[in-house]
Write a protein that binds this ligand. Structure first.
Ligand code: SF4
Length: 380
């Protein structure tokens, strides 16, 4: 997700559920930058922003909040940051838009960018967290991405200090629990280290969100990927498990290994079979499970473990038991935005729209797979 220019500096991405959060950049890019599937920071150099730079950004954000209130009063909106004000800011003061958007969403959440904020010295991080809480008392949640390697450099004591200063949640890219997959993808960390880092975060009481990439083992390692990832998560028991499906970006190193035949990706049906095995092996966790990424075919696989496990498995099994043509139509409907859930196949209006596209593709000699592959690239 590429973000717009603002008076304070922002990085290029955030987790899907931080759409309404203030984005504050503490470091630029990724200190590791070698993961094969990841195109985000390739060609960009990692750097740490100085404490002074970050503090002046926080001051600028405060000024922007005050300015927004002033504009609201001047335009008869009594200081409120509502939809009309956001539209006005969009048209006349686009540099204030990210802060206006944050305030419109309540001004309660902050996401610290970029890929590995916890590399900064603990004392600096504490100062930043405390300044944010002091300037914006409405803040309820401050989250960040962190690499497991960096988390392992932090003691439980240090992580607890960050929690006490206002850090609420850590988002970790587990991606896989299988060592072969992690090594092939050059994640720079082993399954055991991912587990240890996750357990350390949980020990401090910080909220932990672990990300998994469905399809990351390709057709050679899908079983090991599914089982070992579930087993790693069983040991960590994170608060959230979020899945996203692999799509190979042309700018990622994985693309070359795909075109050379070294990496053989799973097709949609293969990914769903893998997801079934993954769900099956998730045991003893109390995590909330989310499929909230546009790349996921089955967006409706959401729920709370352990209670909703059977319900989530039932969705996956329902898809796999559909006749071939229905599965193909569902994939096409989902990727073109007409379908959100399997029940949409029963909606005759939506179904006829998807059938129209299907017929058109057939007439033009374009395969559904080829068409979907091109669509998916736009979502990465
Ligand atoms: S650690 Fe994260 S941001 Fe860095 S290369 Fe890997 S996936 Fe990309």
């Amino acid at each position: 997700m590429v973000l717009s220019k603002t008076l304070h500096e922002q990085g290029p991405i955030r987790p899907p559920n931080e759409a309404g959060s203030l984005l504050l950049r503490l470091t630029r890019n990724c200190p590791w930058n070698r993961c094969q599937f990841c195109p985000v920071y390739k060609g960009e150099k990692f750097s740490r922003r100085s404490l002074e730079e970050i503090k002046s950004d926080i001051n600028r954000i405060e000024e922007s909040v005050n300015k927004l209130e002033e504009i609201s009063w001047k335009n008869g909106m009594s200081g409120a940051i509502n939809r009309d004000l956001v539209a006005l800011i969009h048209a006349r003061h686009p540099e204030l838009l990210p802060v206006a958007f944050w305030q419109y969403h309540g001004g309660e959440t902050v996401f610290l960018q970029d890929a590995d904020s916890l590399l900064l010295p603990v004392e600096q991080l504490k100062e930043i967290l405390e300044m944010l809480k002091e300037k914006f008392p409405k803040i309820e949640r401050i989250t960040t991405y962190a690499r497991s390697r960096s988390l392992l450099r932090r003691s439980v004591e240090e992580l607890s200090q960050l929690k006490n200063s206002g850090l609420s949640r850590v988002h970790v890219g587990l991606e896989s629990g299988n060592d072969k997959v992690l090594e092939f993808m050059k994640k720079g960390v082993s399954g055991a280290q991912q587990v240890e880092a996750g357990q350390r975060v949980k020990e401090t009481g910080l909220c932990l969100s672990e990300y998994v990439i469905l399809g990351l083992g390709g057709s050679d390692l899908w079983r090991e990927h599914a089982v070992d990832t579930a087993q790693a998560l069983n040991k960590i028991n994170p608060d959230y498990i979020r899945v996203r499906t692999l799509a190979i970006h042309p700018a990622s190193p994985l693309h070359e290994r795909y075109t050379s035949g070294e990496f053989k990706p799973l097709d949609d049906d293969g990914v769903v079979k893998e997801e079934a095995l993954f769900l099956d092996h998730l045991e003893g966790v109390n995590s909330a499970f989310y499929s909230d990424h546009i790349l996921n075919l089955l967006e409706e696989v959401n729920g709370q473990f352990p209670d909703d496990k059977q319900m989530m498995k039932a969705v996956v099994e329902k898809y796999l038991s559909l006749p071939d043509h229905k599965r193909e139509l569902f994939r096409l409907g989902r990727r073109t935005g007409y379908f959100r859930s399997l029940d949409d196949l029963e909606n005759s209006v939506l179904l006829s729209k998807v059938e129209e596209i299907y017929t058109q593709l057939q007439n033009e000699g374009i395969s559904v797979d080829q068409y979907i592959e091109n669509l998916m690239r736009r979502y990465i």
